[in-house]
Design a binder for this molecule. Structure first.
Ligand code: MG
Ligand code: MG
Length: 265
């Protein structure tokens, strides 16, 4: 069952998703070599609760934390803990909130100052592919148009699309129908219609596309242990207009520019 949203509901998802962006920005201020992922998680939880919201992931199907923090070969769903961030790590952070009953959800991959150039290129291509996917998210298009645009772009650069994990509808639930594929054929898949709110969240690997799950029951990592990147926006499909991007990287990228331990991607 797909729930199409009216403008009032879309504004609530926007408010929640913008809080996610501000939470990311708050976390960015604290990212430096030696900081633990648990410390970043604690900052995020405090910030979200201080703004009248609830961490969206904590307790979701038993997930124990506010953030998913996935480092290097970890793709998504990494559990924060005593791991210290290194100066050449790539750090994917996914954050969700519940504000006035509606979820926000957005992810960004951060590059520490000494990340090698080929991995910087992976992050750049992943972020570009997200926007190319969003460019296809029009009323009257089909889901396959989004996936195709993403897949074309990253594969042309020698990277690969994770297929076992997908994007999703967003609203009163974190994961609503439909599934959003980051690969596919143009003109295929379900039609995109006004009021559909989806998270487009390409997970792109530097090496091969295959992933496996760690024994913690959550963390996915690349099978070949090469790095992976993940960028995510929540968007609303509109008629005769480009998709309305409900989450934002603006605050995040301002904070990155202020942090000399991070590279601008
Ligand atoms: Mg997410
Ligand atoms: Mg998501």
């Amino acid at each position: 069952m797909i729930y199409y949203k009216n403008q009032e509901q879309i504004e609530k998802i926007r408010a929640s998703s913008l809080l996610v962006g501000r939470t990311h920005a708050e976390v960015v201020k604290a990212i430096k070599p030696g900081v633990t992922t648990a410390k970043l998680d604690h900052l995020a939880e405090t910030f979200i609760r201080d703004h009248g919201a609830i961490p969206g992931f904590k307790g979701y199907q038993g997930f124990p934390a506010t953030l998913c923090i996935s480092v290097n070969e970890q793709v998504v769903h990494g559990i924060p803990g005593d791991r210290e961030i290194g100066d050449a790590d790539v750090v994917s952070i996914d954050c969700g909130t519940i504000l006035e009953g509606y979820y926000g959800d957005s992810a960004y991959t951060y590059a520490m100052a000494n990340v090698p150039e080929d991995t910087q290129n992976l992050l750049q291509a992943t972020k570009e592919s997200l926007y190319l996917g969003i460019d296809q998210a029009w009323h009257g298009h089909r889901m396959g148009d989004i996936g195709h645009a993403i897949q074309q772009h990253v594969e042309a650069k020698g990277f690969s699309v994770v297929r076992d994990l997908v994007g999703h509808g967003l609203g009163k639930k974190l994961h609503e129908e439909p599934e959003v594929y980051h690969f596919g054929k143009p003109g295929r898949g379900i039609p995109l219609s006004q009021g559909l709110v989806i998270c487009i969240e390409p997970m792109i690997n530097q090496g091969k596309r295959f992933v496996m799950q760690e024994r913690d029951g959550w963390t996915f990592r690349t099978a070949d242990r090469m790095p992976s990147a993940h960028f995510e926006h929540a968007v609303a499909i509109r008629k005769d207009q480009p998709a309305d991007v409900l989450s934002s990287f603006e605050e995040i990228e301002k904070a990155i520019a202020q942090n000399s331990d991070l590279l601008k991607i």
